[in-house]
Design a protein around this ligand. Sequence first.
Ligand code: ARG
Ligand code: ZN
Length: 458
Amino acid sequence: MGDPYFPKLGNGGYDVSHYGLTLDYEPDSGRLKGEAVITARATQELSAFHLDLAGLKPDKVTVGGKGARFNTVGRELVVRPPDDLDKGETFRTTVRYSGTPQTITDPDGSEEGWLRTADGGAVALGEPTGSMAWFPGNHHPSDKAAYDIEVTVPKGLKAVSNGELKGTRETKSGGGGRRTTFRWHSAEPMASYLATVAIGPYETKTWKTKSGLPIYTAVSVSEAAEGTEGTEGTEGTEDSAGALAQIPDIIAWQERRFGPYPFSSVGAIVVGEDDAGYALETQTKPVFPGVPDTELMVHEFAHQWFGNSVSPKTWQDMWLNEGFATYAEWLWAEDRGGDSAQETFDAVYAGGEGSGGVWAFPPAKPPGPDRVFDTPVYVRGAMVLHKVRQVVGDDAFFRILRGWPSTYRHANADTDDFIAYVEKQAGDKGGDKGGDEGGDLDAVWDAWLRGEGKPKQP
Ligand code: ARG
Ligand code: ZN
């Protein structure tokens, strides 16, 4: 794939349309047995192809039902199908694998991949590299696919994943222990970094948004058990319930601002507060470490439009995820009688709270893979959007805010796509500022998006 920041992620030569994952997890030992059925189309003639897989052992690989030769090199699984694949051919690869899935430490020091949780279970987080810790795939955001994820766990535990729950089934393991299988379906395309599975003792709840979208929330009982007193424990879950009860309001507001919600369900997964170092916008069900505050929920749900439906072409385009999600927080405050986005922008420019490190580098050019989650990507990314708003005016800006996720719905986009889109919308607006508009936008791109240092004009 040649990602400028994570060159080893993803593989060329094919395009995945569907992952069928069948997983069996033993929380006590931490062992995972998996089968991945990967449907892909060859984009060139192939005698071999690679999948990303880290720390797990492939036991058997077939392509088109026939045994294939395979070997692993670092975090690559190299597959040699018995017959060469033609360009344009759709083929199905089945990988049986097993092992103890591992936690991966990112270049920035944060942890992802497979995380064991305080409640005795586990949660999978994949941004930007963690998904290869639990299934083989083309782990780059530019290759999105539909998913069916089936997870079997000891009876009494739950397994929660993206999309909708299609059914559960009780079985007995070889050893006689009772087990439950959860089948999850994601019809809309998903980048693999947004795939998740959360296993543990969860309290789940299902209800609906105002527009009829199904909501599925899962709160780890460890959040309930956090407090030292039993009663405090119960409050933990209730606090979560109170926080999560805001989902319908948040989604209704976001649908007004960003256009129709892009997926067929919504929800949330609340793990223990020390189980993960950050929240993640896992598709349809963001993962929150502990009870989320409203801003954090606004941020992660905004990613469903910005990042999940419109996904980055490479990890260099991260500001298109984080800048929008941060701007969503500013707008939420503005629309709810808090600080206006202009006031937030001014405070950051003046060096107020949250501005630490904001001028370290331009949002479209992080200095390295260890910096793609730094403040400039989030806050200065949001400032770029606010500058666009100042230049094009509110009417055109709010049209862009809805038009961008609708134009690139379920697709990938990069910074140049965004610039071209905004310039087209600003031009289409016609009228008052005439030929100067392009010039003003150029100044925004030069100084705010790509320029080093603090721009001279706020
Ligand atoms: N995308 C997440 C958010 O902004 C943050 C993920 C941080 N991951 C990391 N590996 N540092 O909500
Ligand atoms: Zn974010």
